[in-house]
Design a protein around this ligand. Structure first.
Ligand code: AMP
Length: 286
C-alpha cells in the first residue's frame, strides 16, 4: 500500500505497461471489484482509496462515511492489483484547499443542484489523482453517471492525456445498485430501497411502449418512488450535456436520487431512444 507522493514513484517500475487507475472512497463492494476486473484488461491496476472531504457538504456524512481499509485490502488481494494508494488528507491537501477545478454545465443539474460544491470537490481530487499516478486509463462506474460525464468534460476541456472507461452498474439480486451507503439501510429500508430500480424499469418500459414525454415519465417515476422518505430528483435528461427536453429522443439518462432513512441513494439508466427502439448504452466513448 502506498500513502504518499514519494511512494508513488514505485509506479515508474510498472512502465512501459499502461497504468489504469480505479478511484474509490473505499468500503469496497462487488461494484468496485467489477471496476478492478475491467481495469485489469488495460494494464497495471492502481486502486485509490480516499474519502475526499472536499466533495462533502458540512451537513453530509463525511465523518460517518464507512472506512474499512483492512477488509478493502483483503478484497483487493484476490485481484491483480499492482498498488493501492491510500493517502491521508494531509497528503492530498497539504496546503489546504487552494487551487480547485470548477465543473462545466453538466454539473448544474441532478446531484450538482442538490450538492453545491460537490463536483468541484470531485474534479479537484480526480485531477490530483490523475496527475499523481500519471494514469493512462481510469475506470468509473455508470452508477455515478453525472460524475462520469462531468469528469469526461474536464478531461476533454483540459486536454488531459487519459482515457476514461465506464462499466455498467452492479446490482444486488433485487435490483438495488450496490453502494457503500447501502450499509446505512436496515432490513425494512433495504426492501423499500428496491423501488429505486423498479421505478427506472417502469420508465424504461414506458419508453419501450412508445411514450416520449419526459413529463409523463418523470411523473410515473415519482409516483413509484412514493415509498421513499424523500425524493431529491427524478429526471430524464439528454446525454452527454444533461439538458432537459420535453420530447425524449436520442441518448438520454433516466436518473433518480432519494433518501431512505439516512441513506441518500442514486441510480440511473443510460439509454439510446431511436425511432421505436430503446437500448441501454454506455455513457462514455460513444
Ligand atoms: P465510490 O467509492 O462510491 O466513490 O465509488 C468509486 C467508483 O465505484 C465510482 O466510479 C463509482 O461509480 C463506482 N461504483 C460504485 N458503486 C457501483 C456499482 N454498484 N456499480 C458499478 N460501479 C460502482
Amino acid at each position: 500500500m502506498l500513502t504518499s507522493s514519494e511512494e508513488l514513484s514505485f509506479l515508474d517500475q510498472l512502465r512501459p505497461d499502461p497504468i489504469v487507475l480505479v478511484p474509490t472512497m473505499g468500503a469496497l463492494h462487488s461494484g468496485h471489484l467489477e471496476l478492478v476486473k475491467e481495469a485489469e484488461k488495460y494494464g497495471k491496476v492502481v486502486v485509490s482509496i480516499f474519502v475526499n472531504p472536499t466533495q462533502f457538504a458540512p451537513n453530509e456524512d463525511f465523518d460517518s462515511y464507512p472506512r474499512t481499509l483492512e477488509s478493502d485490502l483483503d478484497l483487493l488481494s484476490g485481484f491483480d492489483v499492482a498498488a493501492v494508494f491510500s493517502p491521508p488528507v494531509s497528503e492530498m491537501y497539504a496546503d489546504g484547499v487552494v487551487t480547485t477545478v470548477q465543473p462545466g454545465g453538466r454539473a448544474d443539474c441532478l446531484c450538482g443542484a442538490d450538492r453545491p460544491g460537490h463536483y468541484s470537490g470531485v474534479l479537484t481530487v480526480v485531477a490530483k489523482l490523475f496527475n499523481m499516478t500519471k494514469a493512462d486509463y481510469a475506470v468509473f462506474g455508470r452508477k455515478d453517471a453525472q460524475q462520469c460525464l462531468v469528469i469526461d468534460q474536464m478531461v476533454s476541456d483540459l486536454k488531459m492525456p487519459i482515457k476514461l472507461i465506464d462499466i455498467p452498474t452492479v446490482r444486488e439480486v433485487g435490483g438495488l445498485a450496490m453502494s457503500s451507503r447501502n450499509r446505512y439501510l436496515d432490513k425494512e429500508q433495504h426492501t423499500r430501497a428496491q423501488v429505486v430500480f423498479s421505478s427506472l424499469q417502469k420508465a424504461k418500459s414506458m419508453l419501450e411502449s412508445g411514450c416520449r414525454s419526459a413529463k409523463e415519465i418523470e411523473e410515473a417515476v415519482v409516483s413509484e418512488l412514493a415509498v421513499c422518505d424523500s425524493i431529491e430528483y427524478a429526471e430524464v435528461l439528454s446525454v452527454p450535456e444533461l439538458e432537459k427536453n420535453e420530447i425524449i429522443e436520442g441518448r438520454c439518462l433516466l436518473a433518480v436520487a432519494v433518501k431512505v432513512g439516512s441513506a441518500r441513494l442514486i441510480d440511473n439508466i443510460s439509454l439510446l431512444v431511436e425511432n421505436d427502439k430503446v437500448t441501454e448504452i454506455p455513457l462514455l466513448g460513444v
